[in-house]
Design a protein. Structure first.
Length: 377
């Protein structure tokens, strides 16, 4: 597959495997059903509702300890909104950066972290016709560009920012659709210009974005070399379909990558920890190569002359810089791949909602092996 299949092909490929087709207009995502449900009115909001739900909130910025489980008001949907019973919420590195208060996105305190979740619609507001109570759905950053609200038993979103789950996809797997797969897709094709026949080196391939990138790149006809720092991580990289796996905790591992590219280096590098690896990436990349920076936690010294002599392109990626129009075909392509069985979300660890602080530590550790999700009790 090339960068993106035409819109009509993507929708056709979804077919019966996903119980919806999507249209997009100025109002955003509009999942449409084969049969139209009843007209929305107040009676469709359950009259016997809990008045409170459990949620993780931060009242100040700082370390993981600022995340506390509390009781908050049960969200009630307004016009055009739905409330989702969260069955699994995704934990992303960006959640930890935002919690510190030093990220580009600074939420108003107090706030509930988390932009990605899979669950079941619990209530719908007036004017909502595309969803019904009981529908299995997911919400995600790629749909709403909202990084808050999901570390809770319930989350409220615009109905246009909620999509139905493909058959056979678990709620935990759905938590990968908001950031992990869209980030990998956006980095590979929109920013990286990946083409069939090229070699991509995924520098840090055992995490959720990395494993997603392996699957997407192989599906698109690229040769994939992935790195990990543990034996378990290397096993996962191979299991997800990489043509080769190298241990980036061992000295000289870049020589193995260079050897596997017949000495010229990879045309494309996806970098998950640029403050450690960017200089090495520049030395390793092929002439006219592209380096896509997905993750970074500090500063690094580089020699710009290397970029000059090779005419390298070093490009950053932040998913929230993409537009809704850019995200539409990306999410459709991901859902098509899942429906066809070509993309398989990897879950590394399930933790209790009350363990959110520990999850924020774990998501930054080596060898997490896929997505970390929080399960409300």
């Amino acid at each position: 597959m090339g960068r993106l299949a035409p819109k009509t092909n993507l929708v056709r490929r979804l077919g019966g495997a996903a119980a919806f087709a999507t249209e997009f207009d100025a109002g955003g995502w509009q999942p449409k059903r084969a049969s139209v449900g009843c007209k929305a009115d107040a009676s469709r909001i359950p009259k016997t509702r809990r008045t409170t739900v459990k949620a993780i909130r931060a009242h100040s910025f700082g370390g993981p300890e600022v995340l506390q489980q509390e009781t908050v008001d049960d969200p009630i949907p307004g016009p055009g909104e739905v409330v989702v019973d969260v069955r699994a919420a995704g934990v992303n590195p960006a959640d930890t950066y935002m919690r510190s208060g030093t990220y580009a996105i600074v939420p108003k305190l107090p706030y509930i972290p988390g932009g990605d979740a899979g669950g079941v619609i619990a209530a719908i507001g007036p004017d909502v016709t595309q969803h019904r109570v009981g529908d299995r759905v997911f919400v995600g950053t790629a749909l709403s560009f909202d990084l808050t609200g999901c570390y809770a038993e319930k989350v409220k979103r615009k109905a246009s920012e909620v999509l139905s789950l493909p058959a056979g996809v678990s709620f935990a797997q759905a938590a990968t659709f908001g950031v992990s797969y869209p980030t990998a897709h956006y980095a590979l094709f929109e920013r990286g210009g990946a083409k069939a026949g090229e070699t991509v080196f995924i520098h840090g391939a055992s995490g959720s974005v990395g494993s997603s990138a392996i699957q997407l790149a192989k599906r698109a006809g690229l040769t994939v070399i992935g790195s990990a720092g543990t034996s378990q991580g290397l096993k996962l990289v191979r299991a997800e379909g990489a043509d080769a796996a190298v241990n980036h905790s061992e000295e000289g591992y870049t020589n193995e990558v260079r050897h596997r590219t017949h000495g010229k280096g990879p045309e494309l590098i996806l970098e998950m920890l640029a403050n450690v690896n960017l200089a090495a990436d520049m030395d390793l990349a092929a002439k006219y190569g592209r380096i896509i920076v997905i993750g970074n936690r500090g500063e690094i010294s580089i020699n710009p002359r290397v970029a000059m002599m090779k005419e390298l392109d070093i490009r950053g990626v932040a998913l929230w810089n993409a537009t809704a129009v850019q995200m539409k075909p990306i999410v459709l392509d991901i859902l098509a791949g899942v429906a066809a069985g070509l993309l398989r979300p990897v879950i590394g660890r399930e933790m209790r909602l009350s363990e959110a602080a520990a999850a924020h530590i774990a998501v930054l550790e080596r060898g997490i092996g896929g997505k970390i999700v929080l399960i409300p009790q």
